[in-house]
Design a protein around this ligand. Structure first.
Ligand code: NAD
Length: 264
């Protein structure tokens, strides 16, 4: 299926590795020109080189900490200077730290709010005028299954990520007249550094469990019986960015091998 992304421009954040990178690759594979933001300039440039070589599509990079308003403004401006348009925005970042209620003070709550919700608000605010001009704008927020079913030990994610869902649902009505869609994608357990280097994994390795067995343990409880691959989530992001997905807005879709048991 041709997703109609040739000649379109996509901005992807936290894109030098993991899910963000996979989304950038999926969009590049469909012929979109890409703008990549992430905090580490070296990894960012390496990723950009690899994507250019593999897909032959233009890739621009701009060092971006999503919690810094000035970085978000800089990458949006750089994208427009370079490509003259913007059609797809993928809001992505790292997740807030693991922990329970007693462990977090005001500063940590504030930091989680800035990382998870305020960064999304700011990028959407900056990009709406350009997505309107596109005539078929697409916004995709990478969230977590915590918005469907709270995850033990991830209190900050459980409490703050649902704000992104409320934001997106409200904006889906406001932006529909301009033909802009906005949707949320929830990773279940997707095999990236976040899982490979996460605290649960490290604890098992320290106990002498092999990496293979530790990963098998992480897949326990997933009906599909395995962890997901970043590309499996990125395919959905590419589809939600497509011309064909123009009537899908305000949705929250999990890519989780059946992990979430809730009806909605
Ligand atoms: P990852 O740790 O592999 O990659 C996250 C990237 O975000 C890293 O490159 C990191 O440097 C970057 N990042 C962190 N803070 C940033 C900031 N302030 N500005 C810019 N970049 C920043 O994680 P991932 O698995 O690719 O996860 C992507 C998102 O999906 C995260 O929000 C994560 O919490 C969420 N998620 C992932 C899973 C999973 O199983 N992988 C499950 C649920 C939710």
């Amino acid at each position: 299926m041709d997703l109609g992304l040739q000649g379109k421009v996509a901005l992807v954040l936290a894109a030098s590795k993991g899910i963000g990178r996979a989304c950038a690759e999926a969009l590049a594979a469909e012929g979109a020109a890409i703008a990549l933001g992430s905090r580490n300039q070296e990894t960012l440039e390496q990723t950009a080189r690899e994507i250019r070589e593999r897909y032959g599509t233009p890739v621009l990079v701009s060092r971006t900490d999503v919690t810094r308003a000035e970085d978000l403004e800089a990458i949006v401006n750089a994208t427009l200077r370079e490509y003259g348009r913007l059609d797809v925005v993928v809001n992505n970042a790292g997740g807030p730290p693991v922990g329970s209620f007693a462990q977090f003070d005001d500063a940590q709550w504030q930091a989680a709010f800035e990382l998870t919700l305020l960064s999304t608000v700011r990028l959407i605010r900056l990009t709406i005028p350009h997505l309107k001009q596109s005539g078929r704008g697409r916004i995709i927020n990478i969230v977590s299954t915590s918005v469907k079913q709270p995850i033990e030990g991830l209190l900050l994610s459980n409490a703050i990520r649902p704000g992104v869902i409320g934001l997106a649902k409200s904006l889906s009505s406001e932006l529909a007249p301009d033909n802009i869609t906005i949707n949320n994608v929830c990773p279940g357990r997707i095999l990236t550094d976040r899982l490979r280097k996460g605290p649960g994994m490290q604890q098992k390795l320290d106990q002498g469990v092999s990496e293979q067995d530790a990963l098998k343990d992480l897949a326990r409880g997933i009906p599909m019986g395995r962890l997901g691959q970043p590309e499996e989530l990125a395919s959905l992001v590419a589809y939600l960015s497509s011309s064909q997905a123009g009537y899908i807005t305000g949705t929250t879709i999990q890519v989780d091998g059946g992990l979430v048991r809730s009806l909605y």
